[in-house]
Design a binder for this molecule. Structure first.
Ligand SMILES: Cc1ncc(COP(=O)(O)O)c(C=O)c1O
Length: 367
């Protein structure tokens, strides 16, 4: 069915106006998939074993309380278990929180460009998304975001490090921002890529969660833990906010298999292996960012598992043209037309290939 097809039934105009979420495409030729910020490492054997063992219980619903995993995360975050909320991916918790906080006539703020799902989070509830442009350094413009708060603002999304551009939010800037946010406005700190952060100045959700009752921190097992296909993420926040999110969520949407895989990923040996993998990906990211800067490209601070090439200044003239060259070579990256290109950090062999394609692209446009 084409995206433009007219539905045979009456649907809400506000829903029809919003483009559907588009997943990064799969490669059609031998090459690398660097378009979805996935983890290139294979699933850990002990996690695969936990999945297989739990698969035998597929005739049963998982217990919604997820007591063991909840307990592990509550201990890690030094909160009581009722501060922890699970979702089938952290994206589902984003939808729940915006739906719980903002209805028709209300607004929620987010930086732009940022995570592509943000503009449509208010769709179901009828809330309006306000995208606040990033600074020239591709960072959140927290002053402009604070200036954009009105008496209609019900939620503010902060993404650190920012997908797709890469920079973190600094702790000092976060503290100054929070001092300007009314205490009854929900702030969501989306830390989907937190494990890859190496900048000591970055705000850390775990350090600030105790200081703000209006703050919910979101984390995911999709990226650093490599469980994207199983769909499990979590939020940490005040129990009354968590309960409101849960009440608009779809019951039992987090599977027992995802729960078991997450528990297995948190076991000490699995953690140690994952920490090594995360360090390897962060080092690969830094290597790519440095190599691209050596080519004369203006690459913003890269703190996630991806690198951003802006479509402006000392970036590339056309994000789409660069992405097309990648695609032609069999490797997929994510263009954001008018803004830039995001390249996920993949297998070690992808690095020379990425550089080869970009060098060739730069040589072509220099002609
Ligand atoms: C900033 C950000 N937040 C949240 C998510 C959602 O991740 P998941 O639903 O897989 O936990 C993503 C996924 O790409 C993301 O980039």
């Amino acid at each position: 069915m084409s995206e433009q097809a007219t539905p045979p039934v009456k649907l809400r105009e506000s829903v029809l106006a919003v483009p559907a979420y588009r997943q990064g495409a799969a490669p059609t030729k031998p090459g690398f998939k660097l378009s979805s910020n996935e983890n290139p490492f294979d699933t850990l054997p002990e996690v695969v074993a936990a999945i297989a063992a739990r698969a035998e219980d597929s005739n049963r619903y998982a217990a919604a309380a997820m007591t063991e995993l909840r307990g592990l995360l509550a201990a890690e975050w030094s909160v009581s278990p009722d501060h922890v909320h699970f979702g089938a991916g952290s994206v589902t918790i984003l939808f729940q929180l915006v739906q719980a906080a903002a209805g028709p006539g209300d607004e929620y703020l987010h930086a732009w460009p940022s995570f592509e799902a943000y503009p449509s989070l208010g769709l179901a509830s009828g809330a309006t998304a306000i995208g606040v442009p990033l600074t020239e350094r591709s960072e959140h413009d927290l002053d402009a975001m604070a200036d954009a708060i009105t008496d209609r603002t019900r939620a503010i999304l902060l993404c650190t490090p920012n997908n797709p551009t890469g920079p973190i939010i600094r702790r000092g800037d976060f503290d100054r921002f929070m001092a300007r946010v009314p205490a009854d406005v929900l702030v969501i700190l989306d830390e989907a890529y937190a494990e890859f952060v190496t900048d000591p100045e970055a705000v850390r959700g775990a350090d600030v969660i105790g200081a703000h009752k209006n703050l919910v921190v979101l984390r995911t097992f999709s990226k650093a833990y490599g469980l994207a296909g199983l769909r499990i993420g979590y939020g940490i926040g005040e129990p009354s906010i968590i309960a409101a999110a849960a009440s608009v969520g779809i019951p039992l949407s987090v599977t027992g298999i995802a729960e078991s895989a997450a528990i297995a990923s948190l076991a000490p040996a699995a953690r140690a292996t994952n920490d090594d993998r995360i360090a390897a990906l962060a080092a690969r990211r830094d290597e790519l960012a440095t190599a691209l800067r050596d080519l004369g490209l203006q690459i913003p601070a890269a703190q996630g598992n991806f690198v951003w090439i802006p479509e402006s200044g000392a970036g590339v003239p056309s994000a789409q043209a660069l992405a097309a060259d990648f695609s032609e070579a069999g490797t997929l990256v994510r263009p954001f037309p008018g803004h830039g290109v995001r390249i996920s950090i993949g297998e070690p062999e992808s690095l020379p290939e990425v550089l080869r394609i970009i060098r060739a692209h730069l040589a072509t446009i220099a002609r």
